[in-house]
Ligand binder design. Structure first.
Ligand SMILES: [Fe+2]
Length: 137
């Protein structure tokens, strides 16, 4: 999963953080491509998931602060979409997953990749016009 300029929202901080999110998701994808159902692979996946979780929290906080500042009218729903992602990862971490539950991990990866892509491409693009008003102020 690759971030490119077509996904840019035009705010340097947000775009840098989005690239970082894509990078972490790519690390997950790579792990799955080489997955052999060993404990090592499983631990590594959990490790990257924790990293993704923490980074997503940090990014959402930054983004929501910016959206508040520019008075983005869709902020309430936007926050809900962020929360949906965080809750999903919370639930996943809370459930004790056995090392052989490959399908569960695969479903998780699909969710993470789809959410990040559709959120950045669709949901986030809704605030782009509001960001440009900030630049003019
Ligand atoms: Fe967002």
């Amino acid at each position: 999963m690759v971030w490119d300029e077509s996904l840019a929202v035009g705010n340097e901080i947000i775009d840098r953080q989005h690239q970082q999110l894509f990078d972490i998701a790519t690390q997950l994808e790579t792990l799955f491509e080489n997955y052999t159902e060993t404990d090592y692979d499983y631990d590594e996946i959990i490790h990257i998931l924790v990293k993704l979780h923490l980074y997503a929290l940090k990014h959402f906080e930054t983004e929501e602060e910016i959206l508040e500042r520019i008075k983005f009218p869709g902020l309430v729903n936007h926050k809900k979409d962020h929360q949906r992602f965080v809750s999903f990862l919370d639930r996943f971490k809370a459930e004790k997953i056995e090392a052989d539950q490959y399908q569960t991990l695969l479903d998780l990866l699909a969710f993470v990749v789809n959410w990040i892509m559709s959120h950045v491409k669709g949901t986030d693009s809704a605030y782009i016009p509001y960001l440009s008003t900030e630049v003019q102020v």
